[in-house]
Design a protein around this ligand. Structure first.
Ligand code: PHE
Length: 343
């Protein structure tokens, strides 16, 4: 083979080798090393071949020179393109790419709503006392919300001031007591149910009122149920929920659908960090009473044979006491920063 031919072959082999080396680099520093190895003025392998040009015959020189220049140009182009790619990558990830001293990002965890926590806890306690969970519609009729509950429509509770009436008749239930009627219509005693759910009233939206709020209705109807069962069951519930030292007080009250009626208050015992024991003020936690015989008659249950008791309580208020929440609106605004504290 001619001297020119072997040098041209050598240049082409170098070209392939250099291209592979360029594609194999992963950063600018490595790329610079490849550039020096092939195109470096002194020691570069392509430059060394160019330096041999002077020793070639005048006929061989142009062919080798042209090939050497072509290879040089191709390799410069490949180096530049690779460098542009590294620059793009740096711009994408930002420089410096990672700050390894930053704290890790916590995983997002969902939480049950504080009112749901209280509802479930109350339902669990009553479940162990033999009560089943029940529910009824939120859009009701005057019959279920008032009349069947021994509340005449001219009673202040039925007033448009308090109750949200729906267009075309019907209303949004103003308490969960209509579930008493719905259950007693469908099931004969013995009946023991707990019915948590929303109720609605035309109330202002302030720290202690919400126009949509949660209630839990309780109802027990059976043969031979007395005022003693009523007091004993609710006292037992209060001690299981607020602690064994809790005192319970039944104050006379009035509801059209219970007779006698009571407002139930609790006084909790709080043990301080230093072991000292203090009692809280009396807190009203529910309205309750013995089911009025007229209510049983309205659903075709013989009040001579059956009797019962019922209560209605507000789990939002109980959650506020339990978790030290001062504004009821926090429970309904669904601010994740507030709610995530219960995770
Ligand atoms: N429904 C009554 C209220 O909303 C509470 C209650 C329920 C009272 C059951 C007695 C019996 O205030």
């Amino acid at each position: 083979m001619s001297e020119a031919g072997s040098l041209v072959d050598e240049l082409r082999a170098l070209e392939r080798e250099a291209r592979d080396a360029i594609t194999g680099t992963s950063d600018s520093a490595a790329l610079e090393q490849v550039r020096v190895a092939f195109l470096g003025r002194r020691e570069g392998r392509v430059s060394r071949i160019l330096r041999q040009l002077g020793g070639l015959s005048p006929e061989a020189r142009p062919a080798v020179g042209a090939e050497a220049n072509r290879v040089k140009q191709v390799l410069r182009g490949a180096l530049e393109e690779r460098e542009r790619r590294f620059a793009r990558e740096r711009a994408d990830t930002g420089t410096p790419a990672r700050d390894l001293t930053l704290p890790g990002r916590d995983r997002w965890r969902g939480a049950r709503h504080p009112v749901t926590l209280v509802v479930d806890e109350i339902c669990d306690i009553f479940a162990r006392l033999g009560f089943t969970r029940a529910r009824g519609p939120e859009a009701e009729t005057e019959w279920y919300n008032f009349v069947a509950l021994n509340t005449p429509l001219d009673h202040p509770a039925a007033d448009e001031q308090d109750t949200l009436y729906l267009k075309g008749g019907g209303l949004l239930r103003s308490h969960t007591s209509p579930v008493q009627i719905r259950i007693l219509e469908r099931y004969r005693p013995p009946v023991r149910i707990l019915a948590p759910g929303p109720a609605y009233r035309r109330d202002t939206w302030d720290a202690t009122h919400a126009p949509a709020f949660f209630q839990i209705e309780g109802l027990a109807v059976d043969e031979g149920i007395t005022f003693v069962d009523f007091k004993a069951t609710l006292s037992e519930f209060a001690r299981r929920f607020w602690g064994p030292g809790t005192r319970v007080r039944f104050r006379p009250g009035y509801f059209p659908f219970t007779e006698p009626s009571a407002e139930v208050d609790v006084k909790r015992r709080v043990v301080g960090a230093d072991g000292s024991v203090e009692e809280t003020a009396w807190l009203e936690v529910m309205g309750a009473g013995m089911v009025d015989p007229a209510v049983l008659e309205n659903v075709g249950i013989d009040p001579e044979r059956y009797s019962g008791w019922a209560f209605g309580m507000g789990p939002a208020r109980i959650a506020m006491l339990k978790y030290g929440i001062s504004d009821i609106r926090m429970l309904y605004e669904n601010d994740i920063r507030f709610l995530s504290q219960f995770a």
